[in-house]
Design a protein around this ligand. Structure first.
Ligand code: NAG
Ligand code: NAG
Ligand code: NAG
Ligand code: NAG
Length: 365
């Protein structure tokens, strides 16, 4: 009898401690480079990856909301860290148990740091909106497991923030938008940084401690920007803007990491390696780095990939999937570079926090 009671007690304790230990999960804020389906559930959004051939090299090959043929950069980094893949916030199957097990992805195609970015997509989540949805998510989790446990869960989670390219491509660089004639480039980047600073401080207030911000790639070399230029080459001016944005964002993240209590906020980018892949594709096993794998005959820009489009012969040989977005093969290189730059270790390797691997000593500059 005593032995039986003891056994039951031990099983109960095991169950409780397994639950308390909890999985380490990620919350992702981003744009189409990280969207895993949110926009497909926004009925009026004009930015969707819901038609073939999006997703052709992912799972069952049907469109899944990712704006590429396969995995996103965040998918690949998470996989390599041993973290679960967070479902889209708007996934109709999302439950609190699923959030505790896998986290949530709030990323939305067309979204930017600024509210006014990407207006012509009509419906999307800008970063402020994504943060609002995160706050709602915290309340749902709190209600289910209690405030204390919820705070612990969110403090131990990992966070990715990956936005900024739409603030240029679908805002500042388009003369139809007010921001393009209101600000100089430096003023506009300052405006983005002061907004991003507020956003990252608000997230810290919600218990976010271990966060990585992904910088921009050489945007002037995406097929769309080449086609809009005169020569068909990379638009150097646009690349310089991305470079300037990255420098400012890197300084911002360093500054916040130094001054926000317990925050490990880091900047990860792969600008240099992507530029090298674009200029020397053969070195990395690519054959094409200037046009989209999925295109509409000679009609450029093709805007989106649709069933009537034609596909390149070998998707692993193309850097770009459509006018804007890299292929799975290119995303793999980007992910590996970010992991190498930040020294991420798989979560199961040493008990070391994968995103938070502390740097020797934070230097001011
Ligand atoms: C750790 O996780 C990675 C990625 O999920 C996996 O490939 C590796 O085998 C795991 N290693 C151990 C020691 O469990
Ligand atoms: C939601 O769950 C149902 C039933 O398990 C499943 O058939 C469906 O594919 C799921 N939907 C998504 C978007 O995961
Ligand atoms: C931006 O949008 C959010 C809601 O998504 C709103 O709460 C906020 O006031 C807006 N900010 C500005 C500066 O318009
Ligand atoms: C920082 O971490 C310490 C140790 O875990 C904790 O006691 C303290 O409350 C934390 N402070 C904030 C602001 O998170």
């Amino acid at each position: 009898m005593e032995a039986m009671k003891m056994a039951i007690l031990m099983i109960l304790l095991l169950i409780i401690s397994e639950h308390a230990k909890g999985a380490i999960v990620q919350f992702i804020f981003g744009d189409s480079l990280s969207d895993v389906g949110n926009n497909n559930y926004l009925p009026r959004s004009l930015a969707k990856a819901n038609l073939p051939y999006y997703g052709i090299d992912f799972g069952n090959g049907l469109p899944n909301g990712r704006y590429t043929n396969g995995r996103t950069v965040a998918d690949i980094i998470g996989d390599k860290m041993g973290l679960p893949r967070p479902p889209a916030f708007l996934d109709p199957n999302l439950t609190v148990d699923m959030i505790l097990e896998k986290g949530v992805n709030f990323a939305s195609g067309g979204g930017g740091i600024l509210n006014e970015t990407g207006q012509w997509f009509i419906q999307k989540f800008c970063l402020w909106k994504q943060i609002e949805l995160f706050e709602g998510t915290q309340q749902m989790v709190s209600k289910k497991i209690g405030r204390q446990a919820a705070m612990e869960f969110f403090t131990n989670s990992r966070y990715v923030v990956a936005l900024g390219s739409n603030d240029f491509i679908n805002n500042y660089l388009m003369p139809v938008y007010k921001d393009s004639w209101t600000y100089t480039t430096t003023q506009f980047i300052d405006y983005l940084m002061s907004t991003l600073r507020q956003q990252l401080i608000v997230l810290h207030g919600y218990g976010v401690r271990q966060l990585v911000f992904f910088g921009l790639g050489p945007m002037g070399c995406i097929p769309l920007e080449r086609v809009l230029g005169i020569t068909g080459g990379c638009q150097t001016k646009v690349n310089n803007i991305a470079f300037q944005f990255n420098k400012a964002a890197s300084n911002l993240l360093k500054d916040l990491s130094l001054h926000l209590p317990n925050a490990t906020y880091r900047f990860g980018d792969a600008y240099d390696v992507v530029a090298d892949v674009i200029h020397n594709p053969n070195k990395y096993g690519f054959e094409n780095s200037d046009s989209p794998c999925c295109s509409f005959g000679r009609i450029r820009p093709a805007l989106t990939c649709i069933p009537a489009s034609s596909l390149c012969k070998d998707r692993s040989k193309y850097v770009f999937w459509d006018e804007y977005h890299p292929t799975d093969a290119a995303n793999e290189i980007i992910a590996e570079q970010i992991i190498a730059n930040l020294g991420f270790k798989p979560i199961n390797a040493s008990g070391e926090a994968p995103f938070g691997a502390p740097e020797p000593a934070p230097s001011l500059f």
